[in-house]
Design a binder for this molecule. Sequence first.
Ligand SMILES: [Zn+2]
Length: 142
Amino acid sequence: MLLGTIFAADWVIHRRDPRWLVIGVFDEPAHLASAALVSRRPAFLVGAVLPDLDHIPLALAPDHPKGGDPRPKSHCLLLTATVALVSPAAAAGTLVHFARDLADDSGVPLLWPLSDRAVKVPYPLYGLTAAALALHKAVNPS
Ligand SMILES: [Zn+2]
């Protein structure tokens, strides 16, 4: 179920080329599914979607670019460190969020503000990791 949510979302996002706002309808459940492969603790799941909160004002802006927006600066390890001060579980969830976004074409500015460089990994690395986690969960149900 979780792996199906991830791969179905990514199929739609990458093969159907939906509008930017529609991508979020598929991407956020895939972030939650990715996180749930690791932990279902509520704070962890909140952390797994937390970095995308700054998409909301961008989406509501009247001059919103139709082609989407660059990856917000909230996608960096500074956010993880800041969140860790409040909730280590939520901070760990942000790392799973970044793991998924690393496999996206635009990458993640993980080291901002030290560097604006977007870090990327090939999508198969994310997909295979998610499949391995799903297999591990199937073999070791908790
Ligand atoms: Zn994101």
